[in-house]
Write a protein that binds this ligand. Structure first.
Ligand code: ATP
Ligand code: MG
Length: 228
């Protein structure tokens, strides 16, 4: 479902973030992306949802070539990809319900379907009872659960989480991980960049380690492999 071949990425300022990546990820996999700060993990994820384009090489997502894709096709690509960030990125003036519904409203679902689907995903992240709250009335873990609900509301084929537990305490991080695992079990490919040795070594999954823009390790049931 995700195929990168000979991918290089040099930013306009001359920094080379990716230095020849070849990566295949199948539908339904759960993959951790690990590596030192500045290694290229976020850049790698941004190529998938076409936030960035490779300088050379091909990036295929569900057989769509994101590097040559026309601008007007990008929304179609993004509908298949949910993204979760370290800092949640919720809209502060919208309620929990509205933050999640927003993603559906832009693709013109009928109102009844929107309501049902939003309540379903809020239930999935155990936040049905907070649908009317504003983001700043929630804990960090709750805000991250809203952002996960927003990311999956369109039934994406892949969920990208860039350090989703980076701002959360350990207990809250485990809650988030269990939700990501459930989403993966239901068939969604999950790709998670993380610096958490504890999580990677406890919930064992495929581990891709990136250093200096190159894959230095790719292990199923892998471990974190760096000293904290
Ligand atoms: N928009 C940008 N313009 C220029 N350089 C960038 C840009 N984004 C990232 N870089 C550079 O590319 C390299 C890789 O950055 P990236 O954010 O992908 O690393 P990372 O592995 O996600 O790091 P971290 O663990 O700190 O999040 C770094 O040297 C960074 O400074
Ligand atoms: Mg990063």
């Amino acid at each position: 479902m995700i195929k990168m071949q000979g991918v290089y990425k040099t930013y306009p300022n001359g920094v080379t973030a990716l230095n020849g990546l070849d990566i295949h990820i199948d539908q339904g996999e759960f993959v951790y992306v690990v590596g030192p700060s500045g290694a290229g993990k976020s850049t790698f994820t941004k190529l998938i949802y076409r936030e960035e384009k490779p300088t050379t090489g091909t990036v295929l997502v569900n057989d769509m070539d994101t590097s040559t894709m026309k601008q007007r096709r990008i929304p179609m690509l993004r509908r298949q990809i949910g993204v979760v960030y370290q800092d949640f990125r919720l809209l502060p003036t919208l309620t929990v319900y509205e933050n999640v519904a927003f993603a559906l409203e832009v693709i013109e679902e009928n109102p009844q379907n929107i309501r049902r689907r939003v309540m379903d995903v809020l239930d999935q992240v155990r936040l049905k009872n907070k649908a009317r709250f504003l983001p700043d009335e929630l804990s960090g873990g709750e805000q991250q659960r809203v952002s996960i609900a927003r990311a999956i509301v369109n039934h994406p084929k892949v969920l990208i989480a860039d350090e989703p537990t980076g701002n959360l305490d350990p207990e809250t991080s485990w809650e988030i991980m269990h939700i990501l695992e459930e989403i993966n079990t239901a068939g969604t490919t999950v790709l998670m960049a993380t610096h958490s040795q504890e999580i990677v070594n406890t919930i064992r999954k495929r581990v891709i380690a990136i250093e200096d823009g190159m894959v230095v390790r790719d292990q199923s049931n892998g471990e974190y492999g760096y000293e904290m």
